[in-house]
Design a protein around this ligand. Structure first.
Ligand SMILES: Nc1ncnc2c1ncn2[C@@H]1O[C@H](COP(=O)(O)OP(=O)(O)OP(=O)(O)O)[C@@H](O)[C@H]1O
Length: 350
């Protein structure tokens, strides 16, 4: 048995669980969302139909959840949604403890002790080995017994799971046992990629600008009208996290109240979407701000670039962005070894 203190667990997994920091986060989010309360839920903002439906599902299920799974690509907001569910649910007065699922078993007693009567989030269930999946099933059975014996104080009240790959795909690829998948997905929440809900981009950009202005005491109010087309046409392979980082960098550079195209840092490479439908061909701002968009150079447009080396490098870059640059996870997703990934990156960049 490994004895680990709650403090160490929180530090190791980068958790901000104290009531003070949670309240601070909620306060910042509330201030940023105050302009459009109908388009926010807890820590989340979203006005697209798909997000409005998700919020409705979260509102109606949160009070009753014990086990649930959140699916979505890296950076789409799974952990943020889990925190929001926790804040709306029966364990709100307890701790919220995220933990990478593959490390859960190394620290089992301490994690359970630390998360009792609160919410435990096990991230990245797609990385569980077969042996860990068997242990997870045992853990869920134990959890049922604790709840049946009305001993919730000895166990987390809620356990959420998250995965970057849909559970259905994990099962069909034989990466996840079906009996475990069935247990985990009775209640399932899906966070769509940002490029599939572009209507959310202006709202999220203002939300992050406002949050930045509160935390950094800088009077940034949001996007200037000429800055939006560039954000709307980017494919956002890193999803909401990438947008948040972009707005932070832009808000830092911003000299006035409104973010200008010049404040926006160059965006990560990825598959470009045509900009005409969103920015409009006569839009000066769109034209001016597209100068470093990959689509401007035909050799960077995947639809017109037949070069295999560049296509491979683009694909690897996209996958790396989805997993926040984690080469081990990128290699797994690509179905190659880490050393092959390094070799491909080296050979194609040189
Ligand atoms: N709907 C949203 N509203 C406001 N902020 C959001 C929203 N979705 C995500 N974010 C922000 O984006 C960042 C990434 O979100 P989060 O960590 O929840 O993603 P994730 O899907 O759990 O990522 P990963 O799989 O890489 O761990 C966070 O800083 C969060 O604040």
């Amino acid at each position: 048995m490994i004895l680990v203190s709650g403090q160490q667990i929180r530090e190791q997994f980068g958790e901000q669980t104290s009531k003070q920091s949670r309240d601070q986060l909620l306060h910042q989010a509330a201030s940023a969302a105050a302009k459009h309360p109908e388009w926010s839920l807890g820590l989340m903002a979203g006005r697209s139909l798909v997000m409005q439906r998700l919020f409705a599902q979260m509102r109606s299920t949160a009070p009753h959840l014990r086990i649930a799974t959140l699916e979505g690509q890296s950076g789409t907001g799974k952990e943020t949604a889990a925190r929001t569910l926790h804040a709306l649910g029966p364990a709100a007065s307890g701790i919220f403890l995220p933990c990478p699922a593959p490390h859960f078993f190394e620290h089992l007693p301490a994690v359970i002790r630390e998360s009792r009567d609160g919410t435990l989030l096990l991230n990245h269930i797609e990385d569980l080995t077969a042996a860990q999946q068997a242990r997870l099933l045992d853990f869920l059975q134990w959890l049922d017994h604790q709840h049946a014996r009305r001993l919730p104080d000895s166990a987390p009240r809620q356990v959420f799971f998250s995965t970057n790959l849909p559970v259905r795909k994990l099962v069909s690829a034989f990466s996840l046992r079906i009996d475990l998948a069935n247990r985990l997905t009775v209640i399932r929440f899906t966070l769509p990629p940002l490029r599939e809900r572009r209507e959310d981009i202006p709202l999220l950009a203002d939300f992050f600008a406002e949050r930045f202005s509160v935390t950094h005491n800088k009077p940034v109010r949001g996007l200037g009208p000429q800055s939006l087309p560039r954000l709307l046409t980017h494919p956002w392979p890193g999803n909401v996290r990438e947008l948040e980082n972009t707005i932070h960098a832009a808000a830092m550079a911003c000299e006035g109240q409104w973010i200008r195209p010049i404040d926006i840092p160059s965006l990560s490479p990825g598959f470009s979407v045509g900009s005409t439908d969103l920015a409009g061909p006569d839009n000066d701002a769109g034209r001016g701000s597209r100068q470093d968009t990959p689509a401007e150079d035909p050799s960077h447009d995947p639809n017109h670039d037949p070069n295999l080396d560049r296509a491979i490098l683009r694909h690897i870059t996209l996958v790396l962005a989805q997993v926040d640059g984690n080469k081990l996870r990128a290699a797994r997703l690509l179905g190659i070894s880490r050393s092959t990934l390094y070799r491909l990156l080296e050979s194609r960049r040189s």
